[in-house]
Ligand binder design. Structure first.
Ligand code: KG4
Ligand code: ZN
Length: 342
């Protein structure tokens, strides 16, 4: 029998993602983003995102089907992100997924967005090797997970206590007068800057912090430190060396992320690290992660960038893995859970 054809719907934040996979084979990955509508607010506005999903979903589904050259009636299953994420945004995807599943009389898989990010890595690639540590960093999350078995046993080792890593990039970009989204802007601004010129704080990253807080992250202190540094410069009437500030800030974020991820690998005796989320676009993060992982004997897997940012293919891919593992579909009695645990 051919592997199951699955359509996945992702609407937890500002990306309306529709993906179609056959088993681990990626057939289409359509993404409509409402990012531009949020730009002037400097961050995602939940109500705006939800309304944008409602408008984008139907065209995105049509486009994904066309790209995959399949019809709705060919589908074997529907998958949808049921959380975590913005409640109103999630509800749009969940409602659409239930409607499709009922109309087509096909099984429906409600899945966790974070586990979806991990599953992105199996598309058009080898199956995941277990166990693996996963670091997911985006505008919405900063999570470190221990994946003992993708479809059955994923443990949250730590997450951000305040800002997500991408959010920190966005806020610091704003402080430096750079546009939203700030990650790529800081990355560019940091080129040519001296990452050692200014040492910004690395939150919760002493060994004792890691033991006490498990592997939680904190970036708001770092953001405040940058704001204060810039204010003091301006108050003294001195120019702000944007390249050095950007490089110093980026180095602090990257240092914390990589230090914790590799510490988790060592502590759990796991020689594998998987990276995901939009912040993985950061060149310095990839560079430092690969360098330090190699030195620690840890192999690193990074999905292609279009599968790192929020998308529907990863959701469909996870459902494909659940089906392959013989897991039963969800009943229709589930809602959108903005704080859904892994
Ligand atoms: O996964 P993603 O596309 O979507 C959501 O979080 O919804 O991640 C977007 C986040 C934004 O905060 C953006 O500033 C950050 O990822 N980002 C980066 C880079 N490119 C995007 N952060 C650091 N360096 C980058 N090159
Ligand atoms: Zn995400």
């Amino acid at each position: 029998t051919p592997e199951p054809l699955v359509l996945g719907i992702e609407s937890s934040c500002d990306e309306t993602g529709i993906g179609i996979v056959r088993g681990r084979t990626l057939l289409s990955n359509t993404i409509a983003s409402s990012m531009e509508q949020h730009a002037r607010y400097g961050g995602v506005v939940p109500e705006v995102a939800a309304r944008a999903h409602l408008e984008a979903l139907q065209p995105a589904i049509a486009a994904a089907l066309a790209e995959a050259q399949v019809a709705l009636t060919d589908l074997d299953a529907i998958a949808v992100t049921s959380g975590p994420g913005l409640a109103g945004a999630l509800m749009v995807g969940v409602g659409a997924a239930k409607a499709l599943a009922v109309a087509l009389d096909k099984p429906l898989y409600a899945v966790n967005h974070l586990v979806g990010h991990i599953a992105a890595d199996v598309l058009d690639a080898e199956p995941l090797e277990h166990p693996t540590v996963a670091l997911l960093v985006s505008g919405g999350h900063t999570s470190l997970l221990l994946v003992r078995e993708l479809t059955a046993d994923v443990e949250l080792l730590g997450e951000t206590m305040d800002d997500a890593a991408g959010e920190a990039f966005d806020k610091v970009a704003r402080i430096l007068g750079l546009p939203y989204p700030g990650g790529p802007e800081i990355d560019r601004a940091a080129t040519g800057g001296d990452p050692t010129a200014i040492r910004f704080p690395r939150g919760l990253s002493r060994a004792s912090d890691m033991a006490a807080h498990r592997y939680d992250f904190s970036f708001s202190g770092l953001k405040t430190a940058v704001a204060r540094w810039v204010e003091q410069r301006e108050a003294a009437g001195e120019p702000v060396p944007i390249a050095d500030v950007a490089a110093g800030f980026r180095e602090a974020v990257v240092d914390v992320l990589v230090t914790k991820a590799l510490d988790a690998c060592a502590r759990h005796d796991v020689p594998r690290l998987l990276l995901g989320g939009g912040v993985i676009a950061n060149r310095r993060l990839r560079e430092v992660a690969l360098e330090r992982a190699a030195a620690a004997g840890v192999t690193v897997r990074i999905p292609p960038l279009r599968l790192c940012t929020d998308n529907g293919a990863m959701i469909a891919g996870l459902a494909g893995q659940l089906i392959a593992a013989g897991r039963r579909p969800s009943t229709l009695a589930f809602g959108a859970d903005s704080t859904l645990p892994v």
